[in-house]
Design a protein around this ligand. Structure first.
Ligand code: SF4
Length: 228
């Protein structure tokens, strides 16, 4: 049986250096050279090359080398603005969760103030009932306004993507779409997509907090051994 590739558990991590061929036996740099070479050909497409080049420049500009050490520079929202500017995009899309309407409005304003033409689309656009995708009454969100017997509009990330496709946005920014809904948006968006806000209902849309806190007493349940 072949070993799984486990970069996340690598105890050598030489891929960032000129010794990249000296990784462990399951290192993809060693075992997947054909796949890597095939993938590299994609960068030979001029538009992909330029996208990758600008992303890499953007990455480097997000640090400052100060006397006290490498220092971070821009919040992600600024990074999004700067990258879109580098790419020469004029028309940006925002696909947002209805639950983050205020955040989407703020982003809309920030992007407009930086000179972009902005189209924003809510996940509920279309107002299609959840029954359309086979949701039963007991599978609805129970709240004062929704739940069994009540109307609940489905989130339609495919509609969001197609509306932004129809509007001709050049770069789309996700704000808080749910897990799975975001996946569908990625699948159907014609323009490249970046995520500004990854929804996390518990940790203030900062999902990495769940990883940082998982060794602690109050959150160790996140590490339980239990198949789903
Ligand atoms: S690519 Fe190789 S060296 Fe880099 S983290 Fe993965 S296994 Fe380790």
């Amino acid at each position: 049986m072949t070993e799984n590739i486990e970069c996340a558990r690598c105890d050598k991590v030489v891929c960032g250096s000129e010794h990249s061929q000296e990784g462990p036996s399951n290192c993809p740099t060693r075992t997947k050279s054909e796949v890597i070479n095939q993938a590299l050909r994609e960068y030979d497409k001029p538009e992909i090359m330029e996208f990758a080049r600008q992303a890499s420049i953007q990455e480097s500009e997000c640090y400052m080398n100060l006397p006290e050490g490498l220092t971070t520079r821009y919040p992600r929202v600024e990074e999004v603005v700067q990258f879109a500017g580098k790419m020469g995009y004029k028309k940006l899309g925002i696909a947002f969760c209805d639950g983050l309407r205020g955040e989407a409005e703020t982003l809309n304003t920030i992007l407009e103030r930086r000179g972009f033409d902005v189209v924003s689309v809510c996940c509920k656009a279309g107002g299609i009932p959840k029954e359309r995708i086979g949701i039963k009454d007991e599978e609805k969100i129970v709240s004062k306004f929704s739940g069994p017997g009540n109307w609940e509009s489905m989130c339609s990330p495919i509609s969001q993507a197609e509306i932004l496709n129809d509007e001709g946005t050049e770069f789309n920014v996700l704000v808080g779409l749910c897990v799975g809904h975001d996946s569908l948006f990625f699948k159907y968006s014609q323009a490249p997509v970046t995520v500004l806000v990854a929804k996390d209902r518990v940790f203030g849309h900062n999902p990495v907090a769940g990883l940082y806190l998982s060794p602690s007493v109050y959150y160790r349940k996140l590490r339980r051994k239990e198949a789903v």
